[in-house]
Write a protein that binds this ligand. Structure first.
Ligand SMILES: Nc1ncnc2c1ncn2[C@@H]1O[C@H](COP(=O)(O)OP(=O)(O)OP(=O)(O)O)[C@@H](O)[C@H]1O
Length: 339
């Protein structure tokens, strides 16, 4: 397993944006940082902050405004198109309008930087295509026509195509957009695992904050005020960058879990007694309904959750169960009457 960490991409005082005839729109400037191999790096930021612009600039799809981008210690401008296509694989989210082509054929197009004008695949190319299919575990999709695939399935095919391109660097623009939650998790875990198994540098933009915080090795937080802040999810949490970055009314950063949660407004409170999952779920339901509930609350009545081995929930007064509820739904109904 290859997993040596190296700075594959270095940015030196990079400015990105758009040059028009009379005015230049600077999207971000003064970017000085690195992206490592063997790591999954996720770029997070609000709509319009410049994630796609950054990815397009790093992919050499659009010119930088200022500064320098070094890919494997060489300035990006010194690469020929062919060299670039052997160095950077780019996966975009736009649905490709590919018809009459199987997934395997599309993945085979990832070999185009290595094949001749006609794109004829040699034995070795075919082997690489099969290996890429195996890495992404889509053997069952390989013979399907691309236009019949679901969004998640097509996303995996596009990742396999980028793998077949055999580039040390892969950029993905919002690879988890339009996917259902399990597919988002699957794609992120797949990319994370690929960084470990192949030592590639994988850099992606996403709006899936929670997932990125749980799976990414490095997070880039991009905002207009502070530019780009970089670190492991945990360092960013400890340094207060995450809570500051996503601070909105109604959202709080929970330091214990390192994740965000919806802030509840409480109108009443009740002491909660019990253990494990039943305690946790009862607390969640009560707090969602505006009732602050935990062991330390002092209240006339208390809710006894027991544990998974005990049936139902009890509402107690003076240490005696006065009302029983079979489910959390029933418990909420009963408490509504009491409060
Ligand atoms: N061709 C263009 N010419 C001028 N400005 C542009 C151009 N393309 C994008 N912009 C602007 O650059 C800024 C950054 O856009 P970009 O698409 O990079 O944001 P983003 O972070 O990827 O947003 P989203 O999360 O919505 O995809 C925005 O203000 C956008 O309007």
């Amino acid at each position: 397993m290859e997993n040596k960490k190296q700075a594959t991409i270095r940015l030196k005082n990079l400015a990105i944006g758009y040059k028009a005839k009379n005015n230049t729109k600077v999207v971000a400037s003064g970017l000085c940082t690195e992206i490592n191999s063997g790591e999954l790096t996720c770029l997070l930021g609000a709509n319009g902050v410049g994630k796609s612009t950054l990815l397009r600039t790093l992919s050499a799809f659009q010119p930088k405004l200022e500064g320098a981008i070094y890919i494997m210690d060489r300035e990006i401008e010194t690469y020929s198109d062919k060299e670039l296509s052997r160095t950077i694989g780019v996966v975009l989210t736009e649905k490709c309008d590919v018809r009459n082509m199987t997934a395997r054929e599309l993945i085979g197009m990832g070999r185009s930087p290595y094949t001749g004008f006609w794109g004829t695949l040699r034995g070795e190319d075919r082997e690489i295509v099969e290996r890429s299919i195996a890495l992404v575990k889509i053997e069952n999709l390989a013979d399907r026509m691309v236009h019949t695939l679901s969004d998640g399935e097509r996303q995996k095919v596009m990742i396999a195509k980028a793998l077949a391109q055999q580039t040390p660097v892969i950029f993905l623009d919002e690879p988890t957009a339009f996917l259902d939650f399990p597919s988002k998790v699957e794609i992120m875990q797949l990319l994370h695992q690929l960084t470990r198994e192949t030592g590639k540098t994988i850099f992606l933009s996403t709006h899936d904050l929670e997932l990125a915080l749980q799976i990414a090795d490095k997070i880039w937080l991009m905002d207009r005020q502070h530019g780009i802040t970089i670190g492991t999810p945990e360092d960013l949490a400890l340094e207060g960058h995450l809570s500051g970055f996503f601070a909105r009314k109604g959202i709080v950063f929970d330091m214990e879990t390192g994740l965000f949660r919806v802030e509840n407004q409480y109108s009443s409170q009740v002491q909660l007694v019990g253990h494990g999952q039943k305690y946790a779920m009862a607390r969640k339901a009560l707090q969602r309904n505006g009732i602050l509930a935990n062991r330390n609350v002092v209240s006339d009545i208390c809710v006894e959750t027991g544990n998974l081995a005990t049936p139902g929930f009890g509402i107690c007064r003076d240490g005696k169960v006065v009302i029983e509820a079979k489910t959390i739904e029933e418990l909420l109904e009963q408490l509504k009457v009491l409060f």
